[in-house]
Design a protein around this ligand. Structure first.
Ligand SMILES: [Zn+2]
Length: 74
């Protein structure tokens, strides 16, 4: 890595992972959070959750989480 990104935006993947979040919410990262993992950790404090689906991580904002349909989780 030759450069650090100044900010990482973690956008919500929506309630199902295939739809965009209706609110286009994004995690508000702390100043010290530079990597996606750190930002996700920040988001978790604000109620964001991550879900693994179809081999990748989905970022779910608090609003979508409450609207999530029940999916089988393994
Ligand atoms: Zn959302």
């Amino acid at each position: 890595m030759s450069a650090y990104p100044l900010g990482v935006e973690i956008a919500c993947d929506g309630p199902t992972g295939s739809d965009d979040c209706p609110d286009s919410a994004a995690v508000r990262a702390r100043f010290t959070s530079r990597t996606a993992r750190q930002v996700r950790t920040d988001g978790r404090r604000n109620g964001w959750t991550t879900r693994r689906a179809q081999g990748r991580l989905l970022d779910i904002c608090p609003r979508c989480r409450t609207h999530t349909t029940k999916e089988p989780t393994r």
